[in-house]
Design a protein around this ligand. Structure first.
Ligand SMILES: [Zn+2]
Length: 606
């Protein structure tokens, strides 16, 4: 302790020496840098946001202004600066300043030291996803990372943001705290600005409280939900999610919901989320449940990834990929909790939960990539693989959402078993929240996550992690489910033979769309994009196309295909289908110990 404070003193003395030349003398009062953004949208139908940044007090004779290349939560370099136009810089008096673009996303502005100056630019915004920005005559939506630039060396600088909505627009929905003046907000840092999306227009805003905390739901677009029921159900989900960690980091929260013709997906933020759904989704039971599942997933991210996070995921480097082996924790276990939360509030029946789990195991185990890529590798390579899928992805990759969901299940069951039904995965997240978010203010390493599981369970799972998280060995499903008095059985998914290829005739041509590793089509040399001209000598018909999907094991199928403008004949043989269907059933006479584990895992009652 003493040693640390001495070191700090000597640093201060050195700084004074450097600032004042060789003589130690009083420094001139430091000018605190200031930053103010104005966001305008005078012609929304042209799909442009206009941004003005007023900067002052920056110490050097130039400032580098940057646009992020990616948005936290979506692990792909998206090059947001590709949409920037008309970058200019001027003195406070309006005189042009020299600007040099020094790389793809950085503009160097030369100015007098500590002088006030301003930067302005336009952003083309015509990509309506949760990860990008969009504006048209109806509304504007933005992610901070794709619209707001930042002074490179001052990411921690707080700012004021003034929004000037387009004519006729009366609402701005954002989790940023209000400042002084209409549509004026305060961001504590660039990280907060970047992580506070905005919906601007005439959206309907619903409200509810969850354990006393105000929540808003900004609904863009027409939709077919009963508002009272929707907010009551969202309240239940949010309150249950708050119980997992047992500590609520919020004093307010915002859901932005885009109700579109088609949609699916969400992106988590510090105090908000954006969800994109089909506008008819609330009209069916399955659609309504999937909406609540999505809401639970994004809301649980408030803890898992926004605050309980791998070390690499904050503070963010907006300039390049931020690598972690643990997206299976951040995304997969969040998916697991979205299901548990909906089970705990009664939106999902226990039987449906278990059937869903069996289907998830079936899906993961029948993905050839599950035997090629580990959950840790899938996480690390998200930037170049998961977010850049191609026709071979199923053969070479496993999705870290699906696999992480199953790893979470296995860990949860193991912890409940090791502690005789006293603890579960919730306790790991409570420990991580206290230890790393609250006390250490940082993320955890791979080993620290494993240590947290060990601490809660009272035993280590090094082999499990090594084999089935960092390796591709099958997860010990049956053993773990056995702890809870459940059996896992398998039956062949189909007794028919298969070629191991998928086809589509959407374009009017019958095309090969997928070839499965180690199946007949793979071994024989059928390729994606081959156009099937003849099936056993005849033009494809509904009947013969069906015969490509399955048939007696050992039977032959002769295809004539067109590839690169040339015809070729390929003879394929139906192989037996190795895919399995997994099912979960309760044991007839579970022991008291098994019943305790089951009760801890899924709750005391059915
Ligand atoms: Zn997620």
């Amino acid at each position: 302790m003493l040693r640390n404070s001495k070191t700090r003193l000597s640093h201060t003395a050195l700084a004074l020496l450097l600032a004042g030349g060789l003589a130690v003398q009083a420094r001139p009062a430091a000018v605190v840098p200031t930053l103010r953004y104005t966001l305008a949208m005078p012609a929304p139908q042209t799909h442009y946001f206009e941004v003005k940044m007023e900067l002052g007090g920056f110490p050097a004779d130039y400032t580098d202004v940057k646009m992020p290349v990616w948005a936290p939560g979506s692990y792909l370099v998206r090059e947001y600066s590709k949409n920037v136009e008309g970058f200019q810089a001027r003195t406070a008096a309006g005189q042009p300043l020299a600007v040099e673009k020094i790389n793809k996303n950085t503009w160097r502005v030369r100015h007098a030291k500590q002088a006030n100056f301003q930067v302005s630019y336009r952003v083309y915004a015509f990509e309506l996803t949760v990860r990008t920005s969009f504006i048209d005559a109806d509304h504007g939506y933005l992610n901070g990372t794709s619209v707001f630039m930042y002074p490179a060396d001052n990411k921690m600088l707080g700012s004021t943001v003034v929004v000037q909505p387009a004519a006729g627009w009366a609402q701005v929905s954002t989790a940023l705290r209000p400042g002084t003046g209409k549509f004026t907000y305060k961001a504590a840092s660039y990280d907060e600005l970047a992580d506070s999306p905005m919906e601007i227009g005439n959206q309907k805003v619903l409200e509810f409280t969850a354990n006393g905390t105000p929540h808003q739901v900004a609904m863009f677009g027409t939709y077919n939900a009963d508002d009272a029921k929707l907010t009551a159900d969202m309240k239940k989900v949010c309150e249950e999610a708050q119980r997992v960690v047992g500590q609520n980091p919020l004093d307010h929260y915002l859901f932005i919901v885009h109700n579109l013709e088609r949609g699916g997906g969400g992106l988590e933020h510090l105090y908000s989320t954006t969800l994109e759904v089909g506008r008819g989704t609330y009209g069916t039971e399955a659609g309504y449940k999937s909406f609540l599942g999505l809401a639970a997933h994004e809301y649980f991210h408030l803890w898992n990834v926004k605050r309980i996070r791998p070390v690499a995921l904050g503070p963010f480097d907006y300039d390049k990929e931020n690598y972690t082996h643990m997206l299976w924790v951040s995304e997969g276990i969040t998916t697991y909790y979205s299901k548990l939360i909906n089970l705990r509030v009664g939106n999902t029946a226990r039987e449906d939960f278990l059937n869903g789990l069996a289907n998830d195991i079936t899906s993961v185990e029948n993905t050839p990539g599950n035997r090629v890529q580990s959950a840790a590798e899938s996480s690390f390579d998200a930037w170049i693989k998961s977010y850049r899928q191609n026709e071979n992805s199923r053969n070479s990759e496993i999705n870290y959402y699906a696999k992480g969901d199953l790893i979470g299940t296995i860990l949860d069951l193991n912890i409940a078993e090791a502690t005789k039904g006293e603890k579960h995965l919730d306790d790991v997240f409570r420990l991580l929240y206290d230890t790393y978010y609250k006390k250490a203010s940082r993320g955890f390493t791979d080993m620290e996550f494993q240590d947290a599981v060990a601490k809660v369970a009272g035993r280590r799972y090094d082999d499990l992690f090594q084999n089935s998280v960092y390796g591709t060995k099958q997860l010990p499903y049956a053993t773990a489910l056995g702890y809870a008095g459940l059996t896992l059985t398998t039956t062949p998914l189909s007794t028919d033979g298969t070629l191991g290829a998928t086809f589509s005739n959407k374009t009017g041509k019958l095309l090969v769309t997928g070839v499965v590793r180690d199946r007949s089509a793979w071994n024989t040399g059928l390729s994606v994009n081959d156009e099937v001209l003849l099936i056993n000598g005849a033009a494809p018909s509904e009947e013969t196309v069906k015969s490509l999907m399955s048939g007696p094991v050992g039977s032959e199928v002769k295809l004539q295909v067109r590839r690169d403008g040339l015809n070729r004949d390929i003879t394929l043989k139906m192989m037996s289908n190795p895919d399995l269907k997994y099912q979960i059933q309760p044991m007839a006479n579970p022991t008291a110990a098994q019943q305790r584990v089951l009760a801890k895992w899924l709750g005391a009652t059915k």
